[in-house]
Design a protein around this ligand. Structure first.
Ligand code: ADP
Ligand code: F6P
Length: 329
C-alpha cells in the first residue's frame, strides 16, 4: 500500500538564537528529500494557535544559513502553558494534518513539545538557545556564536581599558547559566569570571587584582554572568564597578552587552551543529518517534526523552573554571 505522505511542522520558540535558521533549513531540506510536506509555523506556539503558517519548499530556506535570528520569527505564548492551550494546539495540528512537529527553542519550549507529544502529536525538540543551559546537551545552537560575539566585543573593550589603565566589568547573558561568561571569560583573558554556579566574594577579586597590579598589570576585564547579579545580593555590575574602583583605586567601567549577544551570523561550528540536529530530528519523525530532544553529546548527535532531559542536572565545568582562575593572573 502506498505510504501516506507525512506532513511535519516546524517552529522556533522562546529567545531566538543564531543558528536557528540553519536548523530550519536542514529540517526543510531533509523532509523534502524524504518526500514529506513541511509547514513553517511563525512566532512559536502563538503562531500554531493562530494558524500563522506557510508551506515551505526548497527555496523557502535559501540564503538563510548564514543569517542570525529566525525566518519563522519567535514568540512566547503564555496560553500554551495551560492544558487548554496545548489542546487547541493539538486540534490545529489535526485540522491542518500535521503529523509531527519540530520545536527549536529552550527548556520552556520543550515542555510545550512534551505536552503536545503526550496529546498525540509527535514533537522533536532542537536546543536553540544561547544560554547553553540544556543539561544533556554539550552545546546548544546559538551558544558558540554568542561566545564569539562576546569575545569580539570584549576585545574592543580591552583596547580602551588598556589605553586608560582601567577595569571593564562586563555583564553577559545566559539567564541562570554561567557558560557564556566562563567560555568568553577564558577567551578574553578575564581576571575574574563571576557565575551563578560558583559563590564568589568581592574581597577575593580585589585581593587578586591588587596582587596582579603589583606584577605591573594595569588594565583588567571582569566577566559577570547576568544570573549572578540576581543572587548573592551583589547588586548590579555598576555597583561592582564602583566598589572595585573604591577599593583598588583602578578606574572601573561597567558594560552590559545585552541583546547583541542574540544576533549575528552563526559561526561555522553552529551551522554544522544545527544542520546535523535538523537532519536527525526529521529522521525521528519519519519513524513516528516523538517526545524526544536532539542534543550534541560527546561529539555525537543523539536524542533523549524530553522529560528525562529536562530532569537532568546541568553540571557546571568547575575544572575549566579553575583553569581560568589560574591562567588569568
Ligand atoms: P525557552 O524555550 O527559550 O526556555 P520560554 O521559557 O519563554 O523560552 O518558553 C517558550 C514558550 O514555551 C513559552 O512562551 C510557552 O509557550 C512554552 N512553555 C514554556 N514553559 C512551558 C510549560 N511548562 N508547559 C508548556 N509550555 C511551556
Ligand atoms: O534565553 C535567552 C536569553 O537571551 C537569556 O540569556 C536572557 O536572559 C533572556 O533570553 C532575555 O529575554 P528577552 O529576550 O525576553 O529579554
Amino acid at each position: 500500500m502506498e505510504k501516506q505522505q507525512k506532513t511535519i511542522g516546524i517552529l522556533t520558540s522562546g529567545g531566538d538564537a543564531p543558528g536557528m535558521n540553519a536548523a530550519v533549513r536542514a529540517v526543510v531540506r531533509t523532509a523534502l528529500y524524504k518526500n514529506m510536506r513541511v509547514i513553517g509555523i511563525r512566532r512559536g506556539y502563538s503562531g500554531l494557535l493562530a494558524r500563522d503558517m506557510v508551506e515551505m519548499n526548497l527555496r523557502s530556506v535559501c540564503d538563510t544559513l548564514h543569517r542570525g535570528g529566525t525566518i519563522l520569527y519567535s514568540a512566547r505564548c503564555p496560553e500554551f502553558r495551560e492544558d487548554k492551550g496545548v489542546e487547541r494546539g493539538r486540534e490545529v495540528c489535526t485540522e491542518i494534518g500535521i503529523d509531527g512537529l519540530v520545536v527549536i527553542g529552550g527548556d520552556g519550549s520543550f515542555r510545550g513539545a512534551r505536552d503536545l507529544s503526550l496529546k498525540g502529536v509527535p514533537c522533536i525538540g532542537i536546543p536553540g538557545t544561547i544560554d547553553n543551559d540544556i543539561a544533556c546537551c554539550d552545546y546548544t545552537v546559538g551558544f558558540d556564536t554568542a561566545v564569539n560575539t562576546v569575545m569580539d566585543m570584549v576585545d574592543k573593550l580591552r583596547d580602551t581599558s588598556q589605553s586608560h589603565d582601567r577595569c571593564s566589568i562586563v555583564e553577559v547573558m545566559g539567564r541562570h547559566c554561567g557558560d557564556i561568561a566562563l567560555h568568553a571569560g577564558i577567551a578574553c583573558g578575564a581576571l575574574a569570571i563571576l557565575v551563578p554556579e560558583v559563590p564568589f566574594s568581592i574581597d577575593a577579586i580585589v585581593q587578586k587584582m591588587q596582587r596582579t597590579l603589583r606584577t605591573g598589570k594595569k588594565h583588567f576585564i571582569i566577566m559577570v554572568a547576568e544570573g549572578v547579579t540576581s543572587v548573592n545580593g551583589i547588586g548590579t555590575v555598576y555597583d561592582i564597578a564602583r566598589e572595585i574602583q573604591e577599593r583598588t583605586g583602578v578606574e572601573s567601567r561597567a558594560t552590559v552587552l545585552g541583546h547583541v549577544q542574540r544576533g549575528g551570523a552563526p559561526t561555522a561550528r553552529e551551522r554544522v551543529l544545527a544542520s546535523e540536529m535538523g537532519y536527525h530530528a526529521v529522521e525521528l519523525l519519519e519513524q513516528g518517534i516523538g517526545n524526544r530532544v536532539v542534543v550534541s553529546h560527546d561529539n555525537k548527535i543523539v536524542d533523549y526523552d524530553i522529560l528525562e532531559a529536562l530532569n537532568m542536572k546541568k553540571e557546571f565545568n568547575k575544572h575549566l573554571y579553575d583553569i581560568a582562575d589560574v591562567i588569568s593572573i
